[in-house]
Design a protein around this ligand. Sequence first.
Ligand code: HEM
Length: 360
Amino acid sequence: MSQTSASITPIPYQPGHEQIGIDEAEAIYSLQNVFAGMANQVAAAEGHAHRAVHAKGHALLRGALTIADGLPEAYAQGLFATPGAYDVLLRWSSPPAEQLPDSVSTPRAVALKILKVPGERLDPGKGGQSQDFLMVNGPAFARPGPQGFLADVKLLAATTNRSPAGKTVISTVMRTAEAALEALGGESGKLKGMGGEPQRHPLGETYFTQTPFLYGRYMAKLSLAAVSPALHALDGAGLPNDDDAQRAAIGAHFAGQGGEWELRVQLCVDTEKMPIEDASVEWPQDLSPFVAVARLSVPAQAGWDPATSPRLEDETAFDPWNCLDAHRPLGAVNRARKEVMAVSRQLRSEFNRCPIREPG
Ligand code: HEM
């Protein structure tokens, strides 16, 4: 039977819900080395360091997040406990380590930085007052944890900085395979990650954190779903095979109009079927639906300004561990990215001699 927000009884968080794997530390150390290798290779070739992954930014936008009034207790947690409005910085990106042409089609991603949020911080040493959430256009991560992800990333590293023309061919093959699989009712995270992502408009997609977070007393995954009709109209819309098709498409939309999304929360009600440590499991929505807790409103503006956006790319970092105590990332994939993302930030900030700072 499908549940509604009123009938949801979330499981309160207990430390026992998290279990560190025996070979986890070793896998994280290897991931750090592989990611640093990719980032260094790209930096040496281009004379400029980018993010070790999600290197290509398509848009940097400003918006406002309004927390819903009158949420039930289970959903009125952490940042969402009190109605209010916050400025937000958004960055759309693609996962590879390089500035590839968009014809190499990989998953779509968006990162949110909710600015000047009140409340106790997980790591006051980080400075700033933001709550970051990072999302990709699929409900689950490709692998349960860092051990499996390491094998995928080694493959990605092996193709880093090879000819983009070669990658376009791989991408076309992968996309055809993915389209065939989708026609049969399935989809493969791995095919998509390797360039088999359907060539769709990033503003028509629904985005997910894939990994769980503390949600005040409880545990949850989050999602960003379009609500304005003009964004709904982009659901499934294709893109031309141009080098910067995503940047152009987002820019064209926001040149003339804004957009609205709902930030939605899926509470954990069953730790067997909604595991904390295995990020590859999609949490069943019939057990616990995604419920809107806030509305994101992004006004018309330039999506990408060649004069200022590259600098902002270098100065800014989005990090799920840059957060309130009440929204601490949970599980193995989150523990791994904490260490690996720190390496990437340090590397690019040192190489570019550009300190990373929280936007005002
Ligand atoms: C073990 C798993 C993961 C590792 C090792 C990893 C690693 C990284 C690294 C190194 C960066 C660049 C950081 C920087 O220089 O600022 C990054 C960025 C990013 N990651 Fe991950 N990641 C992982 C899982 C995920 C998951 C589960 C999601 C979301 C569903 C995600 C979404 C993103 C996004 C959206 C960005 C770009 C952030 C921005 O716009 O600056 N990652 N990741």
